[in-house]
Design a protein around this ligand. Sequence first.
Ligand SMILES: Nc1ncnc2c1ncn2[C@@H]1O[C@H](COP(=O)(O)OP(=O)(O)OP(=O)(O)O)[C@@H](O)[C@H]1O
Ligand SMILES: [Mg+2]
Length: 194
Amino acid sequence: MRILVTSLKGGVGKTTTAIHLAAFLQLRGPTLLVDADPAEGALVWARQGAGLPFEVASPEGARPKRFEHVVIDTAGHPKGKTLREYADKADLVVVPTSPGMLSLVSLEQFAKELRGLPLKALVTLVPPFPSLDALRTLGYLKAHKIPHFKNVIHRLAAYEKAVLAGTVVHNVPDPRAQRAWEEYVMVGREILKR
Ligand SMILES: Nc1ncnc2c1ncn2[C@@H]1O[C@H](COP(=O)(O)OP(=O)(O)OP(=O)(O)O)[C@@H](O)[C@H]1O
Ligand SMILES: [Mg+2]
């Protein structure tokens, strides 16, 4: 399976999503994460030390044919050429989207740009209960007929700790680390069910 993780907006959790979906897929088969962001977020993550359970490579260094699953992480607002190159070959285009009107408007704009492709929005950085942001955002996506994951990703400090440690979130010492990991497992299961 080839999954492209991309968005118009920056800082919405693309790299966090790409890392954790790759970790999930690696449990099913050899998985490669291609870091197509010139800022090299995923490569930096991989270099932090603790180690990731899958291979991370630059587009130049990637040998995707050797892998069962390939996840591609891009920069925010990727160049049209980069986007087309990867999007056309993807089985699924995951677009992380934080709650909030501006984020949703930029998602709709992006969805138009990617019309015809298997796009699925993932609501990320959801504030904790009792915020109604997740419900509101999911309601908006439904009303506007934008395909999306039913499961959402909450804003949890454990994810930030995972970047610093260069590992997958379930490995960090944080009381919510397991819950954070399970959120991505649920999203991964939605992907496999398609
Ligand atoms: N669910 C989350 N909870 C808390 N912090 C998060 C979460 N997801 C991402 N972050 C943090 O938010 C910041 C941006 O996340 P990330 O780098 O994954 O986004 P991005 O879309 O890849 O950004 P860019 O567009 O710059 O590549 C990072 O510091 C990351 O650790
Ligand atoms: Mg990134």
